[in-house]
Design a protein around this ligand. Structure first.
Ligand SMILES: Nc1ncnc2c1ncn2[C@@H]1O[C@H](COP(=O)(O)OP(=O)(O)OP(=O)(O)O)[C@@H](O)[C@H]1O
Ligand SMILES: [Mg+2]
Length: 271
């Protein structure tokens, strides 16, 4: 029986889909049968991130409505047969997904794959509630190192707790080591401590992520620091002991008071 991972966030645009597609590619390359479920109904993007946009015939809502069988909707890159995608619908609305059917779909996928990774929609209301009913083995929250994202992540964690989901671990994305060292950005450990969650991984801000996106090159085929960070997180998902990288350290506890004082004031424009 495989493991189902829900990847969520409090705020949108923090890198969930990027992280999900890269982790799935990394796990598939490490020999794991891996399935990505695009849970962002109406805003699908995993097909594009995995280079499968021209291959979609059926989607998640079609499977949930019994318009096709699960195997008919799954698509794989030709060169990576142990990676599959269950795409989201582009035009359906989140409420069209039957939560009970979704639960059955995830249970079925867990029988066929070692890892089933669900790319959740942002936030706690739209869409996320519909997919909270499935039986997840692990949950991950992607968070960027800023107060707004941390505050929204706290709310998402609360919603997940109220639905009795496993307590999430956090992946901190878009870290800038120079800013952390200068005391101008929260380090990953500080974000995890503030959320009171275990730290699953940390990923630096990396221009290659954007270049890979617009040139349609899978991020895991590039040679960059974000790729190495994601490969390490995939190892940790397999239960291997891959130490966390060091994208800048900060002492804890006192940081909240001192943090704001240490940030250089941004120059205002005189109007
Ligand atoms: N580590 C990183 N370095 C640089 N750019 C990044 C990094 N992670 C993500 N991005 C960029 O941030 C943007 C948003 O990423 P993505 O679409 O994965 O976020 P999301 O959380 O899935 O968004 P949504 O909530 O809308 O689904 C993309 O342009 C992506 O390339
Ligand atoms: Mg997304």
């Amino acid at each position: 029986m495989g493991k189902a991972w829900l990847v969520a966030s409090g705020k949108g645009g923090v890198g969930k889909s990027t992280v999900v597609s890269a982790l799935a590619q990394a796990l598939a390359r490490q020999g794991m049968r891996t399935c990505v479920v695009d849970g962002d109904i109406g805003l699908r993007d995993q097909d594009a991130l995995l280079g499968l946009e021209n291959r979609i015939v059926y989607d998640l809502v079609d499977v949930s409505n019994k318009e096709c069988r699960l195997t008919q909707a799954l698509i794989s890159p030709l060169e990576q047969p142990n990676l599959s995608l269950l795409p989201a619908s582009q035009f359906a609305r989140a409420k069209e997904l039957d939560p009970k059917a979704f639960r059955r779909i995830i249970a079925e996928l867990k029988k066929q794959f070692d890892h089933v990774i669900i790319d959740g929609p942002a936030g706690i209301e739209r869409g996320l509630r519909g997919i909270l009913t499935a039986e997840y083995d692990e949950t991950l929250i992607v968070c960027t190192p800023d107060d707004v994202c941390i505050r929204n992540a706290e709310r998402a964690v609360f919603t997940m707790e109220s639905k009795k989901l496993p307590r999430p671990a956090v992946i901190v994305n878009r870290l800038v080591p120079d800013l952390i060292e200068a005391g101008e950005m929260y380090a990953a450990q500080v974000v995890a401590q503030t959320l009171d969650l275990p730290l699953m991984g940390e990923i630096p801000e990396d221009q290659t992520v954007y270049r890979a996106l617009i040139t349609h090159v899978p991020l895991m085929d590039t040679d960059c620091e974000a790729q190495r960070a994601l490969a390490r997180i995939a190892q940790r998902m397999k239960g291997e002991n891959a130490p966390l990288p060091d994208y800048g350290r900060q002492k804890r506890a006192w940081y909240h008071k001192l943090f704001r004082r240490r940030i250089k004031e941004v120059k205002r424009i005189d109007r």
